[in-house]
Design a protein around this ligand. Structure first.
Ligand code: ADP
Ligand code: GN1
Ligand code: MG
Length: 365
């Protein structure tokens, strides 16, 4: 547990720290919700420690986040939006004006106003939520499309380069650091059998058929906050991986997290299936804002879900073999449960691919 009172003193809070508690269910950063007293009113903020094991250059992460959020706020203010500061994350500056501050142990922290009246969902509850989440992520891509200036930093190089993810799995098998490889032969075989799928999008990017765009790259359902009463997508969060990528990485991760019948770590294969109604809502929500997609991007929308789920399963398996050093785990075998869940969902997507492609074709006319 970090000393959150000391962290709060690093930022220009203009309010008095009361207490802080761990918050959310992210797998990467340490997130705290902190209550403050602002001249008699209780308000809250998010303090977050950036995971520097995952993000080797946290200052570059914050340079990206600051640029993207400033751009979003300028847009919202220019159009006179009545709640501009609820529609985008905004960085509370540290005393030197920077959007981050270092603690005495060298950890990098940032602070955001808490977005009230909205929340993220680990498990989806309705088609309307799927529609709204996808619409919000599409709008986010549209917004970042007119970011001017230098190319954003690649905060994790080759983050969605699936063939390299498969190679990393091979390295983990070879090293077998935790002596677990013998027990996951079925999962290894499953991944290897899909090597051709892994390179399908990277090949299209290399050939120029699929363009590089500024994308979010971590569009899991709980990374967009939905209004608690209207379900509207209020604010896209977790911007650490916003960088050059493919629109399909974003759409694929929406399918991965909003189209399954169960949560990401449900170990029961019998529970795992595809909700085609949710998928259709995702397609319609996304296409309502992502009006810029080219033909090749459109024709790979259904496939992108399979690719991103396969990639995520490969990453969970790699981390399991490495001894659980990347994703936060809550129990022994958590990463293996996640991997098995993802691979079962890949199978379910394969069985439903034709139906999904028909849905995309219908929604595109
Ligand atoms: P991680 O990279 O670990 O997933 P996130 O940035 O997604 O970290 O934050 C973790 C969780 O904290 C989110 O899923 C969300 O529930 C909550 N959260 C983050 N920022 C805010 C915010 N500004 N307002 C309200 N909730 C937030
Ligand atoms: C991580 O940070 P979070 O929990 O939103 C991961 C994603 C994975 C996801 C799997 C930076 O997302 O890439 O898809 O877990 N983020 C990073 O749940 O690796
Ligand atoms: Mg998150």
């Amino acid at each position: 547990m970090h000393d959150l009172r000391a962290i709060s003193l690093l930022f220009q809070m203009r309010a008095d720290f009361v207490e802080a508690l761990p918050f959310g269910s992210g797998h990467i950063n340490d997130t705290y919700c902190a209550w403050y007293n602002q001249a008699g009113l209780r308000i809250r903020y998010i303090h977050q420690r950036i995971n520097h094991h995952v993000f080797k250059n946290p200052v570059q992460v914050m340079e990206n986040v600051a640029r993207v959020t400033r751009h979003a706020l300028e847009r919202l203010l220019a159009e006179g939006h009545p709640e501009a500061h609820r529609r985008t994350l905004t960085c509370i500056p540290a005393h030197d004006g920077k959007p981050y501050a270092a603690d005495s142990e060298g950890n990098l922290w940032r602070t955001y106003p808490f977005i009230e009246g909205a929340r993220g969902y680990d498990e989806i509850e309705s088609n309307e939520q799927a529609y709204q989440a996808a619409k919000a992520f599409g709008a986010f891509q549209k917004l970042t499309a007119d970011l001017t200036g230098q190319r954003l930093h690649e905060t994790i190089p080759d983050f969605h380069h699936t063939p390299k993810r498969l190679l990393a799995l091979e390295t983990a098998i070879e090293n077998d650091r935790s002596a677990r490889a013998a027990s996951v032969q079925a999962e290894i075989k499953f991944a290897r059998a899909r090597a051709a799928d892994c390179s399908r999008i990277t090949d299209l990017i290399a050939s120029g058929a699929i363009p590089e765009r500024v994308t979010h790259n971590d569009t899991k359902l709980n990374n967009v906050l939905l209004d608690e009463t209207t379900a509207e997508g209020i604010c896209v969060i977790d911007l650490d991986t916003t960088m050059p990528g493919s629109a399909l990485y974003d759409f694929g991760d929406m399918i991965r997290t909003a189209a399954p019948t169960t949560r990401e770590d449900d170990p029961e294969a019998g529970n795992i299936g595809v909700r085609l109604d949710r998928f259709e809502s995702l397609v319609r929500g996304y296409l309502s804002t992502a009006t810029f997609l080219n033909h090749s991007e459109r024709t790979h929308l259904a496939f992108s879900g399979k690719l991103l789920t396969l990639e995520c399963g490969i990453r969970f398996l790699t981390d399991y073999l490495d001894g659980d050093t990347y994703f936060k785990i809550k129990r022994q075998g958590h990463n293996l449960d996640r991997c098995r869940n993802q691979f079962a969902f890949v199978r379910a997507l394969e069985e439903n691919m034709r139906a999904m492609e028909e849905i995309v074709a219908r929604a595109s006319v």
